[in-house]
Design a protein around this ligand. Structure first.
Ligand SMILES: [Zn+2]
Length: 381
């Protein structure tokens, strides 16, 4: 089977690397804009990176108003800030929302295109300034993907997919993730596990490279997530999570995600539940929904997370689902939609919105109807 695989050309995986950011990006930019959020800025996580840019002779500016599920107006404001600063390089420093915002800033700041012009696949015209991504969560993998997801004014989550969204450099510094609260560590880590699982079972563009990455990602993530949640300063566990999340990002950027994400989107868009938590809420029901159609693939993944499982594909697929569900539960993550204030009356609208996300549903191992979506939401209410 012919296939293509793309990723970021330059990856620096080094604890402490953010403090030598200036050295790493030197020669690529003079007036970088660092796109981040208020929390990280106030927590002092941005300061060492800024200091190193200055020490390397650069004049950085900061945009720190990034918000979760990047709302379109916030993204437009970030683009305007970069123009105003006459930035010649973009540094996304933060979780998925900051990095997704930074990527859109890079593709729009020097082009005549509007945000609406680039919604969808391959709509980005022309080149962009140099772009560097530095994740502070082990989850999204956005540092190595060609995707940004924006929340529109009418509460839909829209993807922007284009090669220009691959960063020039991804810098992975696990020390930035040490202070993450347990709840965020759990939710973002489970999101990364979903990326690995959905890439491995994707009906579209799944290939030997994405498969290898997905398996190793899942081994690292499932093997370390509980440790990272319970011992917050365990650097080895944090490094394994950050590496796993990146490998999962490389996998799903090429073999796209499916129904867990499609069902998570309305939870984020309508109720402002963080992306990682939205995904972790829907993981178990969708795994069970897919169990029969994806049995041989889930059985293969059982070899990674539950090697003791024996027997038929169906038996090992069941062991895989049980192991993943138990691991998620052990992190202490919320389990029910009602825990995030979603009620019975909300479910039909959510299921309707799922049906609009054909871009993701078509990757799912089993077709999903409106009735299926409604039933799965009811199951975890
Ligand atoms: Zn995700």
């Amino acid at each position: 089977m012919p296939f293509a695989f793309k990723t970021v050309p330059h990856i620096v995986f080094e604890t402490g690397a953010a403090a030598r950011l200036g050295e790493i990006v030197s020669g690529r930019m003079k007036r970088p804009i660092v796109v981040t959020d208020r929390f990280l800025l106030d927590a002092g996580l941005v300061a060492p990176a800024l200091k190193s840019l200055e020490a390397a002779g650069m004049t950085p500016t900061v945009y720190s108003d990034c918000a979760a599920d990047p709302p379109a107006p916030v993204v437009r404001k970030a683009v305007a800030a970069a123009k105003e600063a006459k930035a010649d390089g973009i540094i996304g420093l933060g979780g998925g929302s900051s990095m997704d915002t930074a990527k859109v800033v890079a593709i729009l700041m020097n082009s005549g295109q509007t945000l609406e012009d680039v919604y969808g696949m391959d709509k980005v015209a022309g080149p962009r300034p140099p772009m560097v991504m530095i994740p502070t969560t082990a989850g999204t993998g956005s540092e190595v993907t060609n995707i940004s997801v924006v929340t529109t004014e009418d509460d839909q989550k829209i993807g922007i997919l284009a090669d220009q969204l691959y960063a020039d450099i991804a810098i992975l510094d696990a020390s930035l993730t040490l202070g993450l609260p347990r709840e965020t560590t759990a939710a973002t880590g489970i999101d990364a596990m979903v990326h690995a699982i959905e890439a491995f079972t994707s009906k579209v563009k799944k290939n030997p490279v994405s498969d290898a990455l997905a398996k190793e990602a899942l081994r690292l993530l499932a093997g370390n997530i509980v440790k990272a949640c319970t011992a917050r300063d365990d650097l080895a566990a944090r490094e394994a999570m950050l590496l796993g999340a990146m490998l999962a990002g490389q996998a799903f950027s090429n073999a796209p995600v499916a129904a867990v994400h499609a069902m998570a989107y309305p939870i984020g868009a309508l109720f402002h539940v963080p992306h990682g938590l939205s995904n972790s809420l829907m993981l178990a029901p969708v795994l069970k929904f897919n169990a029969e159609a994806a049995a041989p693939l889930y059985a293969e993944l059982a070899g990674v997370v539950a090697p003791e499982a024996k027997g038929s594909d169906a038996a090992r697929a069941k062991a895989f689902i049980e192991k993943i569900t138990a691991t998620c539960k052990a992190t202490g993550v919320k389990q029910r939609l009602s825990d995030v204030h979603i009620s019975h009356n909300d479910l039909p609208r959510m299921a309707e919105d799922v049906m609009k996300i054909e871009r993701l549903l078509r990757n799912n191992p089993r077709p999903m109807t409106y009735d299926d979506a409604l039933r799965l939401y009811q199951e975890v209410l």
